[in-house]
Design a protein around this ligand. Structure first.
Ligand SMILES: *Cc1c(COP(=O)(O)O)cnc(C)c1O
Length: 458
């Protein structure tokens, strides 16, 4: 048994049966292991800070989502949202679990192709698709989701000059009772713009309209909004069949399901208030069924769920650099993971747990990152036990967006490892170093110090 650490005694006034001003005493046990691997071992081997992904958790999440949706609707296909986490190893786990790829840029598209995803299994979304990217996607028979009229004209031009046919869908935005509305992407349903786009596509012999897409927002806490979206898209698909004679192959309801991360302004933990996968699936299935398609005409349901499938599969291990008292006596802790690699701390209250036994006397502290910038505050206020320099913290729910929105600012991006299902640990992205940084820089010749110049100078 390891020796308990000494803790300085503290006297604080307690009222029996009542909570003190910090709530009840926090008794969260330390998080010493991730998927059976000691945090200590991970940081000793791969350094700190360190991102850790769990292969097992990603698979569980995807298998669970497949089962829940397939129980409620006969034809379901997930497409992994690359921008949520596009590390090759992470995408590969999703692809092994039968997910297609959902990409929003040329480089994401190329990444998916390199991982062996077939063109027809790539959904190409987003407002920025270059002509080269579009040509490439058309040749691959990828599923191109048109965002605006200029893109439609571009596709029309390419298919004419290249004598090609393109399979397209359109992104639709609509009122589903969630405000502010996301109306900057796609064509609006209520003002007739979507119908205009549909007719223009239908009347072009090179374009085949195969799907309708919506992505109503992100971290959505209302399942009802999805029921409305599914219903509106279904009714639109039926009108397209009746009025234009085109059978829509699929409805893509996008992503946006809330994960179990708690938002900054949220009082209750997310687990207690966000809808479950079952509720999202019930809502979407009931929205589609309400349009009364004939059974054999039911469209394929595509989902582009991102954060809800990967947030809880990612951890950030961090080390305490220093303890401080601020001018007003508040306690502050500086850790080696800042907002440069924890972008999501701008809107989430991540669960943060010590990785070793700590004392019992918890205190309200401010957590700062290592950057020399005032904005580098990981958490304004969090109750933590006493921590010493060198102690480790586990920051949870960081699998989504942190490894794509991280920035190389003052500090380099750290190693990322994946704990594999068999308990081995693989390095899946190497930490950056000065060499990596300088590789992209070009110093104009006149700034280069040759030995001759420095001699003549003096
Ligand atoms: C970002 C995005 C997703 C994934 O969103 P989550 O909120 O992470 O589920 C899916 N589809 C589109 C079009 C997106 O832009």
């Amino acid at each position: 048994m390891t020796k308990k650490r000494y803790e300085r005694p503290v006297i604080s006034k307690h009222y029996s049966g009542l909570m003190n001003k910090y709530g009840g005493r926090q008794m969260t046990p330390p998080k010493t292991h991730l998927d059976g691997i000691a945090v200590k071992e991970l940081t000793e081997k791969f350094g700190s800070p360190l991102f850790v992904m769990s292969e097992k958790q990603i698979r569980n999440n995807q298998q669970n989502a497949n089962r829940i949706f397939k129980n409620r609707y006969p034809k379901v296909q997930f497409a992994w949202s690359y921008k949520t986490n596009y590390l090759d190893a992470v995408c590969s786990v999703f692809h092994q679990e039968n997910s297609w790829a959902e990409v929003v840029s040329s480089f994401e598209y190329e990444k998916a192709k390199k991982l062996g995803v077939k063109g027809e299994h790539i959904i190409f979304n987003g407002p920025d698709k270059s002509s080269e990217a579009l040509l490439h996607a058309i040749k691959d028979t990828a599923k191109i989701h048109i965002d605006h009229f200029d893109e439609l004209y571009e596709i029309k031009k390419i298919t004419e000059t290249e004598k090609l046919k393109a399979k397209v869908a359109i992104r639709i935005n609509m009122d589903v009772g969630v405000y502010p509305k996301w109306d900057r992407f796609g064509f609006n349903l209520e003002n007739g713009e979507a119908w205009q786009a549909i007719q223009r596509i239908a009347s072009n012999k090179n374009l085949q309209l195969i799907g309708l897409h919506s992505h109503i927002g992100t971290y959505m806490m209302s399942a009802e909004a999805y029921r409305l979206a599914a219903q509106k898209l279904s009714l639109l698909a039926k009108s397209i069949k009746t009025d234009l004679g085109i059978a829509i192959e699929y409805l893509d309801l996008g992503g946006g399901f809330a994960s179990h991360n708690t938002l900054l302004g949220q009082y209750l933990p997310a687990e207690q208030i966000v809808p479950t996968f079952e509720q999202f699936a019930d809502a979407i299935a009931s929205g589609i069924f309400s349009a009364s398609f004939k059974t054999e005409e039911l469209p394929l349901l595509i989902l582009e769920t991102g954060r809800a499938l990967v947030d809880d599969a990612g951890f950030l291990l961090s080390t305490v650099l220093a303890n401080k008292r601020l001018a007003d006596q508040r306690r502050a802790i500086i850790i080696d993971a800042g907002v440069n690699i924890l972008f999501t701390s701008f809107w989430y209250k991540h669960k943060i747990t010590p990785a070793q036994e700590s004392g019992m006397h918890s205190e309200d502290v401010t957590l700062y990152g290592p950057l020399c910038m005032n904005i580098d505050c990981v958490r304004e206020s969090i109750v933590l036990p006493p921590l010493n320099k060198g102690d480790r913290l586990v920051i949870e729910y960081v699998g989504a967006y942190d490894m794509t929105q991280w920035m190389q600012f003052i500090q380099m991006r750290p190693n990322v490892v994946m704990i594999m299902e068999d308990g081995t640990v693989e390095l899946i992205r190497k930490s950056e170093n000065l060499e990596y940084l300088l590789d992209r820089e070009i110093l104009p010749v006149k700034f280069k110090k040759s030995s001759k110049q420095s001699k003549t100078k003096h």
